[in-house]
Design a protein. Structure first.
Length: 95
């Protein structure tokens, strides 16, 4: 049985993950890091930032980081198509 405190913890952690994802998406869109290494570092650091912010607020950092990764996997390729390359590898055109 879920208690109100558990539901609050889950919802707040998910909201922090979404907030950090929006910040990461804006960062990728406006600063446009050109090198793939920089793009990869930005993605990993924002996921870790989500964990740390949730943990500092005594929420679930793992849940926040999980949803941050899910939301980033959905939003960043839509806003910045070039940012998908460092995570998934190069796409070769079919002959």
């Amino acid at each position: 049985m879920l208690y109100v405190c558990d539901v609050w913890l889950y919802c707040a952690s998910t909201a922090i993950g979404l907030l950090v994802t929006i910040i990461a998406t804006l960062f990728m869109r406006f600063l446009k890091p050109e090198e793939q290494l920089h793009q990869t570092i930005v993605i990993f650091l924002f996921s870790y930032l989500s964990f740390e912010v949730a943990d500092a607020l005594y929420l679930s950092g793992i849940t926040s980081s999980l949803f941050c990764g899910i939301f980033m996997g959905y939003l960043i390729p839509k806003v910045c198509p070039f940012a998908l390359l460092p995570v998934c590898g190069y796409r070769h055109a079919s002959p």
